[in-house]
Design a protein around this ligand. Structure first.
Ligand SMILES: NC(=O)c1ccc[n+]([C@@H]2O[C@H](COP(=O)([O-])OP(=O)(O)OC[C@H]3O[C@@H](n4cnc5c(N)ncnc54)[C@H](OP(=O)(O)O)[C@@H]3O)[C@@H](O)[C@H]2O)c1
Length: 337
């Protein structure tokens, strides 16, 4: 089969289209014929991991060390990127009960990656479920990472209708789903923070207010919020505290040791708290997300699609910071397969 392989870390050009062996499903696995896979934050990070110092990494030093050990210090150990996918089941192992050949599915591979390819195998009990009926493969592929993380985050707090939420980093992989879930599912009033080119995009997802972080620091304003979700951990709690309502919470998706200590400190001594959130991805959560999509509460906006052979071009486009919505790699299958 064809796959986009990288054997050294570096710029988008390290991504090369190659012939590799087609995987064969084990007894408990499904073989998915991939139709679409988005370019996520994790894909661009791992592609260039050698250049990512502990300082550039948005998580504590220990996480950086684990990432380097897992993905490889000097050369990639996992050579096919892509942690989310949507496609059709081509074959199932003999013990598989939940799926059959022909089922349209979408799913999340996490750090195993491997979706920049024509096929992949997934355990039947992995994070893979039936694709939402009202989404194309391209749209569905762009859901799992951001939506699962957003759902995890929102479940860490007791968000009530009418409460106010600010999402710092509202336009990337995770933020758009926090905006949509907070607004459409929990009934909150949402303010989104991103840079100027993406303000309209974030508004279109349901944010009542948008703030351009290059012109205005939200923590300098008079507005206060029940919850602040900080995707890249760019805010400082000492400044943000005054923009939190009494008993407000600041949830960090990206954090360092300092913020972990703040979480401990505020859990004991402050009514306003820092919460450092880690994601756990479960198939049942993806089923719940699929239902929200089918009731029209979550959607994805596709900025641009690139064929598999142009994966490097797709990465270049993302690296340049132009995207407004998801950038998706599409996989065409020739008739003779
Ligand atoms: N805790 C966990 O378990 C977990 C799991 C997965 C990922 N993560 C972390 O999540 C982060 C990636 O999130 P993502 O995929 O949503 O990233 P992304 O797609 O790169 O999006 C980043 C967002 O942050 C905004 N932004 C950039 N600079 C900013 C600034 N100075 N102030 C405010 N906003 C700013 C961007 O806006 P513009 O594009 O307009 O600049 C964009 O909306 C990584 O740090 C990763 O380590 C954590």
């Amino acid at each position: 089969m064809k796959a986009v392989v990288f054997t050294e870390y570096g710029p988008p050009e390290v991504l090369q289209l190659k012939e590799v062996e087609k995987p064969v499903p084990r007894d408990n696995e499904i073989l998915v014929r991939i139709h679409a896979t988005p370019v996520s934050f994790g894909d661009t990070l791992v592609r260039n991991l050698k250049a990512v110092s502990p300082k550039k990494f948005h998580m504590p030093l220990l996480f950086w060390l684990f990432a380097k050990m897992y993905f490889g210090f000097r050369k990639p150990r996992i050579t096919i990127l892509g942690s989310e996918f949507a496609g059709e089941i081509e074959a199932v192992g003999k013990n598989v009960k939940r799926f059959k050949a022909g089922d349209p599915v979408f799913g999340f591979r996490g750090q195993s990656m491997g979706a920049y390819a024509e096929y992949l195998c997934m355990a039947e009990n992995g994070v893979v479920v039936m694709k939402p009926a009202n989404m194309t493969y391209e749209q569905a592929a762009a859901v799992p990472y951001g939506a699962l993380m957003a759902l995890n985050l929102l479940r860490k707090v007791d968000l009530r209708p009418g409460q106010s939420v600010l999402v710092n980093g509202a336009s990337g992989g995770i933020g758009p789903f926090v905006v949509q879930l907070a607004k459409a599912h929990f009934g909150a009033n949402v303010t989104g923070v991103c840079s100027a080119p993406r303000l309209e995009y974030v508004k279109s997802l349901g944010a009542e207010r948008v703030i351009d972080y290059t012109r205005e620091n939200f923590s300098d304003g008079d507005e206060t919020y029940d919850f602040i979700f900080d995707i890249l951990g760019k805010s400082s709690f000492s400044k943000v505290k005054r923009t939190l309502k009494p008993n407000g919470r600041c949830l960090l998706v990206s954090f360092k040791m300092k913020q972990l200590l703040q979480m401990l400190w505020t859990s004991l001594f402050s009514s306003k708290k820092v919460i450092c959130a880690l994601s756990t991805e479960k198939a049942e959560d993806l089923v719940f997300i699929k239902e929200l999509i089918e009731t029209g509460k979550i959607r994805t906006v596709i900025d641009k699609c690139f064929p598999l052979a142009q994966a490097a071009e797709a990465h270049r486009y993302v690296d340049q910071g132009h995207k407004k919505g998801s950038v998706v790699i599409t996989v065409e299958h020739s008739m003779k397969e």
